[in-house]
Design a protein around this ligand. Structure first.
Ligand SMILES: Nc1ncnc2c1ncn2[C@@H]1O[C@H](COP(=O)(O)OP(=O)(O)OP(=O)(O)O)[C@@H](O)[C@H]1O
Ligand SMILES: [Mg+2]
Length: 444
């Protein structure tokens, strides 16, 4: 075996947890140089510069290589994959790797606050970031992110507008920049959509790892059209813990599902209050929304952010809280976790293979569920009786209100559609509609 192969053999045991394969098979190891004296160097090329486990990979590479007794020194360089132009994206977005929509159904839940803090978190983790404030009627980006602004510049040759540069290199665009003096004109739906399209695709975003879109509130035409103009890679849903918001989450998830965009994280904002002088967390609006999201939709990535006056102060002054506090601050910690989780999910969506189970109805046998080691038939009526929607379970008490005997034993699904990578939507022959998380198939 050549020396290079001996090293590759050792490196093969290092698995990328998100892509589920070893780093040699994934083609991460490049430019290997081996001197006669046993000095080894190579590059480990990651899929994204914001890879949350890059330092772990580096250490594992060093340790695995040093196991060979002829190796004296090892130098591992980290790099990220060369950006490919994205053919499916229109003009200004051609060098944008992933588009993440931050949405909610209701206004005022903290969407813009989450979008801006998330943007700075991902930037700290090493990514190139842009923020597009798609709210035409209440743009908030210039308030939330302080950046020098002297008017927009349009390239006369290409017609493209330059985004506003934040001192950290982040790219910003908002209707507030495009029309700073006047309030928004009265516009009808198609005009709004056109204006969003022009500003979003007419901005020369340049090379970005993630473009964060602060979506306008609601689940109407504007949102749907946005997803037709640009390929949105993934979405983050923001909600507050009140009952009404939880129903909004459901609507929001269904909206993103119609748009064919997986929801990769749910952020429950203003979740609780913790006074500075003691450790009790007060769940003012009630606790448990996070658990319900996991149970009802199968989205494991649910995060709680407390109510904290510092969040408002930082947002109002243009310096998002994650830029003002260190990594030990509890709110910064949550954002770091959200950022890492999103980087992983997006990387899986872009580079990974599909890991979604197959679910189909076979007449006479039941619902056939196949995933990894699991291959089984599930009785439709049993699955339907386990529905966890707001009609079948009391949202507050968690007590089941659905009467099992109201579901006929010969019930069948009339359609099964995939929802993101976490659930299927089943329409039943009794007219009911259930979102069934894949996890639920394991437990029946
Ligand atoms: N966790 C929090 N603690 C305290 N204040 C918060 C928190 N999250 C957001 N806020 C404040 O709540 C207000 C509304 O937040 P934000 O503007 O982000 O909501 P939004 O969903 O984008 O609203 P809109 O629908 O109007 O766009 C802001 O003043 C913001 O600073
Ligand atoms: Mg907003």
């Amino acid at each position: 075996m050549s020396k290079e192969n001996e090293i590759l053999d050792k490196l093969k045991r290092i698995i990328d947890p998100d892509l589920g394969k070893d780093i040699v098979t994934l083609g991460f190891i490049q430019d290997m140089k081996i001197s006669d004296d046993g000095d080894v160097s190579f590059t480990c090329e990651l899929t994204t510069p914001a890879c949350p486990v890059k330092e772990v990979f580096k250490k594992q590479c060093e340790e695995a290589t040093m196991e060979l007794d002829w190796v004296k020194t090892v130098e591992v360089n980290l790099s990220a994959q060369e950006k490919k132009p994205q053919d499916d994206k229109p003009n200004g977005l051609s060098q944008v790797q992933a588009i993440i929509a931050v949405g909610s159904c209701k206004g005022g839940v903290g969407k813009s606050t989450v979008a801006t803090n998330l943007a700075f978190t991902l930037q700290k983790q090493g990514a190139k970031i842009g923020i597009f404030d798609a709210d035409i009627f209440g743009p908030s980006l210039p308030t939330m992110v302080d950046a020098p602004f002297e008017g927009l510049f349009q390239d006369q040759g290409t017609g493209m507008i330059s985004p506003v540069d934040h001192p950290t290199g982040m790219k910003l665009m908002s209707f507030a920049y495009a029309n700073p003096s006047k309030g928004p004109a009265i516009m009808r739906g198609p005009m709004v959509t056109n204006a969003i399209k022009q500003l979003l695709t007419g901005t020369a975003w340049g090379e970005l790892d993630y473009l964060i879109i602060d979506m306008p509130p609601g689940t109407g035409d504007i949102q749907l059209t946005l997803s037709q103009i640009i390929p949105i890679t993934a979405s983050v849903m923001v909600t507050t813990p009140q009952k009404i918001s939880f129903i909004d989450v459901e609507k929001g998830i269904q909206m993103f599902d119609k748009m064919n965009v997986p929801v990769v994280a749910v952020v429950e904002n203003m979740s609780y209050f913790k006074p500075d002088d003691h450790d009790t967390k007060y769940y003012i609006f009630g606790k448990g929304a996070k658990r319900k999201i996991v149970e009802q939709f199968g989205i494991e990535e649910a995060f709680e952010i407390p109510i904290d006056p510092a969040i408002t102060q930082c947002g109002d002054s243009g310096f998002p809280i994650v830029t003002q506090e260190n990594d030990e601050h509890p709110i910064v910690e949550v954002y770091n976790a959200i950022g890492e989780s999103i980087v992983r999910s997006v990387s899986r969506i872009i580079h990974g293979e599909s890991t979604v189970p197959t679910v189909e109805f076979v007449a006479g046998q039941g619902i056939h569920y196949v995933f990894q080691d699991s291959d089984k038939f599930v009785n439709p009526a049993v699955l339907r009786r386990g529905c966890r929607c707001a009609h079948c379970i009391n949202e507050f008490t968690g007590v089941k209100v659905l009467k099992d005997d109201s579901v006929p034993d010969d019930l069948i699904p009339t359609s099964i559609t995939v929802m993101g990578n976490y659930a299927v939507n089943i329409q039943w022959s009794d007219g009911h509609d259930s979102i069934i998380p894949y996890k639920q198939f394991d437990s029946v």
